[in-house]
Design a protein around this ligand. Structure first.
Ligand code: FAD
Ligand code: UDP
Length: 388
């Protein structure tokens, strides 16, 4: 009955469902184990009427015009430029750490001297990963690198990843570079927007097609089995002759045959506060104090004119698939050994001719929303589109 079964209704699953149904007129069964669509980008109104992001703050930013224009068919947008402050020595300074942060923390003459050194070495408007800055031989820059490393990166990274910045792939800390600039925005992408009616509405529009059948509250394991020997996929006990697109955890798909892949999980603590605003900006990071990493206040994103405000604190924690308090795999852990294990799974998956893996969990990658939309569009084009 279905030509495609897609597991997971996040961006990876929904974009592919939309493309296949709209462009190929294919019949698609979309399976989702949660009671809602949208994956980790899901948002909803809380009991106080505030639009909140259930699985952590999601800010859309991209320089990819194709992704932006594609999604614009399913939502209108509100312009929103994200800004973050980090608490350093009791002061709130712009993050990524930039020239303004420098001047906020050091006496004027010292800040000016450090600024000249940074511009002299790197130029203006340049982003320098902290692990690069730490390689500096210059005594002043070395001092600055050590300062930022210890005050902004070390403890935050230990909280987030349970290891030091050196023990995780350098791309992770490079996401928040030192920015030799006075631009206080968290991202510099061309398009910085949020869906006017929320992410969930965007997802509803994406899969609003008669050829897409959605099954919520359905774990793939209940209806789909994969036989590793015959390479056969069975659905409801019958051989499935169509194509399976899987966006969940790759180790789970293959019954952990090469061992478990590590993930980091998070606990979100939401709180409603009876004041107009809780903090001066959307997100404040706490690299040093507290067990949580950051506090986000949603009203700054949406601009909703409602009384009271809702905030969320993020507490990183170990992932454990057998413990319902910590069994959501938010982040793959980007360490060499884990990437090697992923590669084993990936090579094994290649043996299944009618199986495609897409997504943060299936590909064990750090995809932002625009990356995963771009990836799903590319997979569609190269594997399933008319020219494929
Ligand atoms: P997901 O959204 O995780 O979707 C996978 C879906 O598959 C889920 O709904 C899951 O329930 C379902 N599933 C899994 N296994 C099964 C199964 N066995 N059976 C049925 N269903 C299954 N990106 C940004 O661009 N900006 C941000 O500000 C941002 N903030 C983030 C904050 C946090 C805390 C996190 C964790 C991520 C953030 N991201 C952000 C990244 C963003 O969430 C991802 O890019 C996006 O969710 C990836 O989409 P996906 O479809 O690959 O995965
Ligand atoms: N990071 C940090 N201190 C901060 C912010 C970020 O050390 O105040 C590091 C940390 O290792 C984090 C990484 O930079 O995991 C990427 O941060 P980002 O804000 O991109 O994380 P995400 O939003 O993906 O959780």
């Amino acid at each position: 009955m279905f030509e495609y079964i897609i597991v997971g209704s996040g961006f990876a699953g929904c974009v592919l469902a939309e493309r296949l149904a709209s462009e190929e007129h294919a019949r698609v069964l979309l399976i989702e184990k949660r009671n809602h669509i949208g994956g980790n980008c899901y948002d909803h109104h809380d009991e106080h009427g505030l639009l909140v992001h259930k699985y952590g703050p999601h800010l859309f930013h991209t320089s990819n015009a194709e992704v932006f224009h594609y999604l614009s068919r399913f939502t209108s947008w509100i312009e929103y430029q994200h800004r973050v402050l980090a608490v350093v020595d009791g002061q709130k300074v712009p993050l990524p750490f930039n020239l303004n942060s420098l001047h906020r923390l050091f006496p004027r003459s010292m800040a000016e001297s450090l600024e000249q050194k940074l511009i002299g070495h790197y130029g203006f408007d340049v982003k320098v990963p902290i692990l690069e800055l730490r390689k500096q031989e210059d005594a002043e820059l070395k001092f600055l690198a050590d300062f930022i490393y210890h005050k902004v990166f070390l403890n935050y990274t230990v909280k987030q990843w349970a290891c030091s910045p050196e023990e995780i792939a350098p791309e992770v800390t490079a996401r928040v570079p030192i920015f030799v600039s006075r631009d206080d925005r968290y991202f510099q992408d061309k398009y910085q927007v949020i869906p006017q009616h929320g992410y969930t509405r965007l997802f509803e529009n994406l899969i609003d097609h008669p050829n897409i059948k959605l099954m919520l509250n359905t774990d793939r394991r209940e209806i789909l089995q994969i036989d590793p020997d015959s390479r056969q996929i069975r659905c409801f006990g019958q051989p499935f002759s169509g194509h399976l697109i899987y966006t969940g955890m790759i180790d789970e798909l293959f019954d952990y045959r090469f061992g478990e892949l590590p993930y980091r999980s998070l606990k979100f603590q939401f709180e409603h506060v009876n004041t107009d605003f809780f903090q001066e900006i959307t997100t404040v990071n706490y690299p040093e104090e507290y067990d949580f990493t950051r506090i986000t206040e949603f009203k700054h994103i949406t601009g909703q004119p409602v009384p009271g405000t809702t905030i969320v604190r993020e507490f990183p924690q170990d992932y454990d698939r057998l413990d319902s308090r910590r069994n959501i795999p938010y982040y793959p852990v980007f360490q060499e050994e884990n990437l090697k294990r992923f590669q084993q799974y990936f090579e094994f998956a290649q043996k299944f001719p009618r199986l495609t893996l897409v997504g943060r969990l299936a590909e064990y990658r750090y995809f932002d929303m625009d990356d995963i939309v771009a990836r799903a569009l590319e997979v569609y084009r190269t594997q399933f589109g008319k020219g494929a």
